[in-house]
Write a protein that binds this ligand. Structure first.
Ligand SMILES: [Fe+2]
Length: 294
């Protein structure tokens, strides 16, 4: 990734982008960073901040670079928890501008900023972009409210921070697709983040951080974003060894579906108890269960 920054001639497609100028604004003023850390720590319903105008480039540049819905490198989710969602975590397949944004957000300046506002030391990016990378949801798309997997089995690291950078020129709240941050157990979000261009939401991810967009994207719109996750080698104080995405809302279900869901939740609860016990016995091995990533 570093080569993309130190050898800007690899950015052959867009001469309009100043290769020497960072694409992402990383706050560095100590007073501002301290203020953001305070916001993060005290945010409701869980630690987060929302930054605007993160990108130094105009929307048109991003729009030209962001892949169309028929791009062959998209992967698709087909389940109803993530309807109409395309995603790509394959860094080498991405357009160079997307690579450069991800590279900047994986380098020490941004990692240090995240560490300062979250008070979590030794954060690192995931070079494999497991569950992250480019996301795009079309009309009817949702992301059911959930808490994330915590253990990245591939690297045996613990997920601590999510960032989502929105790449839509303009967005109205009634177009759906707005990120909701929920108190655990609530049906309605405590905070709604409209996915407008250059806005970045940064949030702590753990078993209390319920997030998603339950209102479908309206016809005629696509919700595009970059999602990146940051990890530590050190586990959280609270149990973090689980590899499962837990869905907290499930839409309208038939009577049979409700019974199946209740059974599924009971089994997941049992599975989590087993995972916790296994984690206590051996904190450095977390290969308990097949991952269902988000
Ligand atoms: Fe998530």
């Amino acid at each position: 990734m570093t080569d993309l920054i130190s050898h800007p001639d690899t950015l052959s497609r867009s001469a309009a982008i100043d290769a020497a100028r960072p694409i992402c604004r990383v706050p560095h003023d100590p007073a501002l960073v301290a203020s953001l850390a305070d916001q993060f720590r005290n945010a409701d319903p869980f630690p987060h901040v929302v930054l605007d105008d993160v990108l130094t480039i105009p929307f048109d540049e991003v729009a030209r670079a962001f892949p169309d819905p028929d791009w062959p490198s998209w992967a698709k989710w087909e389940d109803h928890y993530q309807a109409e969602k395309r995603y790509c975590g394959n860094f080498s397949a991405m357009p160079e501008l997307m690579q450069r944004i991800i590279a900047e957000l994986s380098q020490p300046a941004f990692l240090g900023f995240l560490e300062q506002i979250s008070d979590i030391p030794a954060l690192m990016p995931d070079p494999y972009l497991e569950g992250g990378g480019l996301h795009s949801s079309g009309a009817g798309g949702i992301l059911a409210p959930h808490t994330d997997f915590h253990l990245l089995q591939r690297l045996n690291l613990y997920r601590q921070i999510n960032i989502i950078l929105y790449l839509n020129e303009h967005w109205e709240e009634d177009w759906g697709g707005c990120l909701g941050l929920y108190r655990k157990g609530d049906k309605e979000p405590t905070r709604v983040v409209v996915p407008s261009f250059g806005r970045m939401v940064i949030f702590r991810t753990d078993h209390n951080s319920v997030h998603g967009f339950a209102v479908p994207v309206a016809p005629g719109h696509r919700r595009n974003s970059i999602a990146l996750y940051y990890y530590t080698a050190q586990d959280s104080e609270e149990f973090g060894g689980d590899t499962t995405t837990y869905w907290h809302q499930h839409g309208d279900l038939s009577a049979r579906g409700k019974v199946q869901l209740a059974l599924h939740q009971r089994l997941l609860g049992l599975s989590t108890m087993v995972s916790k016990a296994a984690h206590r016995l051996n904190p450095h091995v977390g290969n308990f269960r097949t991952s269902t990533k988000k």
